[in-house]
Design a binder for this molecule. Structure first.
Ligand code: FES
Ligand SMILES: [Fe+2]
Length: 389
């Protein structure tokens, strides 16, 4: 969801009749494969926090579509990523999901070729080697890896065209005032949603569903209760241009400080936040196709997606706090988590409802309403990703 534009900006809503994407792209196996090839195998994907692989020799194996990527911290502390595939006859290298290597070598379970954590082939146990064989010709297949403010991203493209920081969604707010690097996980929630990954993003990009689907959220963020995300989503915004109540300006209802069950912060807000950051109530930074981060006054929430099939998507949500905040007296994790969980579960459930209806053979495509301008921008992004280079 975008931040409120300045008052001089025009109306946000769509002015033309726009169709949705065709039904097929949400349900068919072929379309799913095309999404993997054009989008998931070519963009930066957030896979975990740097702190999740904090110690030397710690690793994770992440799976994107059919591709397995081994992310490992080498003995010097540097993070590296490789396809989880041996250069001999292509066996899977690492069979566990996560853990800590016992040695500074990656050894293939099949015929024991060993690689350094830089990916160099260092040991081939054959009695003799064929003429012309040079170990230097068989390093592990590297995968691009980049750290952004405490988050680890990988990219399966041979040569990623731009960096992580440059590829955030245009509607993203800078979270420069939030201490993202220093945050630790207070809670994690994972769920497999029975919907195509694009359905989740479509739902994320509009608040037309908020009054009906999110009663509590609509109470906390009054403009959402009007089915809008920002002041300029209203075709009559000029009539209310001077009305700074949250119903028109966005932000939290009077007296509320954060997204929590009682609307209160439990501990001090982050020290670096400005009055505008605090007034916003929620500040989104979105990185398609795999994640968004939302900064609140006293904590940060991340949502990460992973496609599992045409009609299946894994969602992982994490609630991040400063360590001292979590150990402070009166810290009430449940008060915070229960609110976000309710919103997330409401969204996941309605995404599944959307997906089930999309199976109808009669439904060639849908149509967008003016409030769905960000959703339309998402569709344009998807179409652009599939456009021939
Ligand atoms: S396939 Fe890995 S050593 Fe043979
Ligand atoms: Fe929602």
């Amino acid at each position: 969801m975008s931040a409120s534009p300045a008052k001089a900006d025009p109306y946000n809503g769509l002015k033309r009749l726009e169709p949705t994407l065709p039904r097929d792209v949400y349900v068919s196996a072929d379309a799913y494969q095309r999404d993997l090839d054009a989008i998931w195998y070519r963009n930066w994907l957030m896979v975990c926090r740097s702190a999740d692989i904090a110690e030397p020799l710690a690793f994770r194996v992440v799976e994107i579509g059919t591709q397995q990527v081994l992310v490992v911290r080498d003995e010097t502390g540097q993070l590296r990523a490789f396809h989880n595939t041996c250069r001999h006859r292509g066996s899977q290298l690492c069979q566990e999901h996560e853990g800590r290597l016992k040695a500074r070598l990656l050894t293939c379970p099949y015929h024991a070729w060993s690689y350094s954590l830089r990916g160099d082939l260092v040991r081939v146990p054959s009695k003799s080697l064929p003429e012309g064989f040079d170990r230097a010709d068989y390093p592990l297949y590297k995968v691009a890896l980049s750290e952004w403010r405490g988050f680890v991203f990988i990219n399966l493209a041979d040569e990623p065209v731009a960096g992580v920081a440059e590829t955030f969604d245009a509607g993203s707010v800078s979270l420069a005032n939030w201490p993202l690097e220093s945050l630790v996980r207070g809670h994690v929630f994972q769920k497999t949603m029975a919907c195509n990954w694009k359905i989740f993003w479509e739902n994320f990009n509009e608040c037309l569903h908020c009054p009906g689907v999110h009663k509590s959220l609509s109470h906390l963020v009054p403009i959402y209760g009007r089915g809008l995300m920002a002041r300029h989503d209203d075709p009559e915004w000029e009539r209310h241009a001077d009305n700074d109540s949250p119903e028109f300006s966005g932000g939290l209802r009077k007296g509320a400080e954060t997204w929590s069950a009682d609307g209160r912060v439990h501990g001090a807000p982050f020290a670096g936040l400005t009055a505008a950051d605090l007034a916003a109530g929620q500040s989104y930074a979105t990185h398609l196709p795999s994640m968004f981060v939302v900064g609140h006054a006293d904590y940060v929430r991340t949502v990460r997606l992973r496609p599992l099939g045409p009609e299946e998507t894994e969602l992982t949500a994490e609630w991040l706090f400063l360590p001292e905040q979590m150990s402070a007296p009166g810290f009430d994790l449940d008060n915070i988590v229960s609110f976000g969980m309710q919103v997330l579960l409401e969204d996941a459930a309605i995404c599944e409802v959307n997906q089930r209806g999309l199976r109808s053979k009669r439904h060639a495509e849908g149509v967008l309403m003016p409030e769905e301008y960000d959703l339309h921008r998402f569709h344009d992004w998807v179409r652009g990703q599939h456009a021939p280079a």
